[in-house]
Design a protein around this ligand. Sequence first.
Ligand SMILES: [Zn+2]
Length: 112
Amino acid sequence: MSKFLSIIFCKCPKCGISDMFKYSSFNIFNFITMHPECPSCKVNFEPEPGFYLGAMYVSYLVNSFIFLLTALMLTFYFDKSIIFTFITVGILSILVLPYTLRISRVIWLYIN
Ligand SMILES: [Zn+2]
């Protein structure tokens, strides 16, 4: 599996086989729970305490890209009102939160 697909599907950065997270992103209460190490190749998913604090910068970039793209498309391409755009982006931010948190952690681990 390519690195891009491994990131999209939240796979281990070393072997690309096992999932990094224990539960689905649709599991509202445990969507961010990770395996401590890869079940296949035993690579450590938390190299040091607080390792994933840097993932919030990645999360900021990912969310900004998604929300800005959505707002620009709604405003200029679909010609929607600014109130509709704000409400839509607000609802979208809640809906994509579990996945963007997970993908930010995965990208951060791949970077490091
Ligand atoms: Zn692995």
